[in-house]
Design a protein around this ligand. Structure first.
Ligand SMILES: [Zn+2]
Length: 384
């Protein structure tokens, strides 16, 4: 049985409130305050979930809720702060020009108990001896009181998140189960966040590292797909999960490039003119209504880090296929590096001879070949 131990969280909250009061220095007090704030966030989330379970399950439509002006301001700020990263989005989209990912799989339902899904996650991480396995074992011990499963409504929208308690080793996992092979991958992903928090405490609070913050978890997903494919025989599902991710990130990258285009093309008055922007995106870029809406109302800050992290993760994954140890050493380095500027992190990644998305075509070719082996031919192809 897995349940968040709310009593324990309340105790932890009191403990850190106390520590903040008794702190010797202002600096120390601010640190403890951050811990207090992160515990409060977890407790609030938990309370909200139980009060407002319907709303969360509906995956409410946020379109039109945030005014366009606010979105534009937030995006522009983000594009300015992470300017050196934007070229990777552009290269990703350009290098896969003509690629069609037509993936609408119906996943077979799996009938396994939650603890069996947890055990697959355990088997997966225990293969990796050393620091990763040690960190996982620490997580695993806390799971009965730090993990909670939620039923997901029938739209099947994925939701899962990990809350790290600032300044501590503790992570709380909130997992929505969809009862298909995706559940294994979801757990592997979220456990990855817990492992990263142990190997590099507090790094999720480092805004400069934002673009790489999902690198490790998306890498674990790629390795995890191979794992469920070979050890559970879920070859089809693993392949379709990989395709779904590729499609999503490619689509999002394309939208982000269009966002940049309209921001540089139009002045700020025009940028609040929805009609004008819609017309431009439809006629000049060729988007349908859905893509137009996604472009206008998505927030770049919800997307960019996934795309850059994915492009970095696929590079690591290609290395992993030929040399596991080197790939894992690089991964741990990426998790552990701290205290750099946003430009500095990119320089660091490059100093490890990794360029996000440099070999994405190679990865896509593998997926095409794999699809053919599995008897699929039309999910993934280039249209010339
Ligand atoms: Zn994540």
């Amino acid at each position: 049985m897995y349940r968040w131990d709310i009593e324990y969280l309340n105790k932890l909250l009191l403990e850190y409130e106390q520590k903040a009061c008794e702190a010797d220095s202002k600096k120390q007090m601010l640190e403890f305050d951050k811990t207090v704030a992160s515990i409060e966030e977890i407790l609030e989330y938990h309370a909200m979930y139980f009060e407002d379970i319907e709303n969360l399950c509906e995956g409410e439509n946020t379109e039109d809720k945030v005014p366009l002006k606010k979105i534009v301001a937030s995006d522009k700020e983000l594009f300015k702060n992470y300017k050196p990263y934007l070229i990777f989005l552009r290269n990703f989209v350009n290098s896969l020009e003509g690629l069609v990912v037509d993936n609408n799989p119906r996943f077979t339902r799996i009938k396994v108990a939650s603890n069996q899904i947890v055990n697959i996650g355990k088997d997966f991480y225990e293969q990796h001896k050393g620091e990763i396995r040690d960190a996982f074992e620490e997580i695993y011990r806390t799971l009965p009181s730090h993990l909670e499963f939620k039923k997901v409504n029938n739209t099947g929208t994925l939701f899962a998140q990990t809350f790290n308690v600032y300044g501590t080793n503790e992570s709380f996992f909130d997992i929505g189960l969809v009862r298909n092979a995706q559940d294994y991958i979801t757990l592997i992903h979220e456990f990855g966040h817990g492992i990263a928090n142990l190997l590099s405490p507090g790094f999720l609070w480092d805004r400069n590292k934002y673009c790489f913050v999902e690198t490790d978890t998306l890498f674990w997903e790629l390795v995890g797909e191979d794992y469920i494919s070979s050890s559970l025989g879920l070859r089809d599902s693993a392949h379709h999960i990989a395709l779904a991710n590729l499609r999503e990130y490619l689509y999002d990258a394309d939208l982000m490039c269009s966002k940049q285009d309209i921001y540089s093309k139009f002045n700020s008055d025009d940028l609040s003119n929805k009609k004008l922007l819609r017309r431009y995106l439809k006629n000049k870029i060729g988007y349908d209504n859905l893509a137009v809406n996604h472009t206008l109302y998505s927030m770049a800050r919800d997307e960019i880090h996934y795309i850059i992290s994915y492009l970095t993760a696929t590079e690591l994954y290609l290395i992993y296929q030929v040399d596991k140890k080197t790939a894992l050493d690089l991964l741990v380095k990426i998790i552990k590096v701290k205290g750099l500027s946003s430009k500095g992190y990119l320089e660091y990644i490059k100093s490890l001879s990794i360029v996000p998305g440099e070999h994405i075509k190679e990865y896509v070719q593998q997926l095409i070949n794999r699809g053919r082996d599995l008897g699929y031919g039309k999910e993934l192809y280039y249209r010339h």
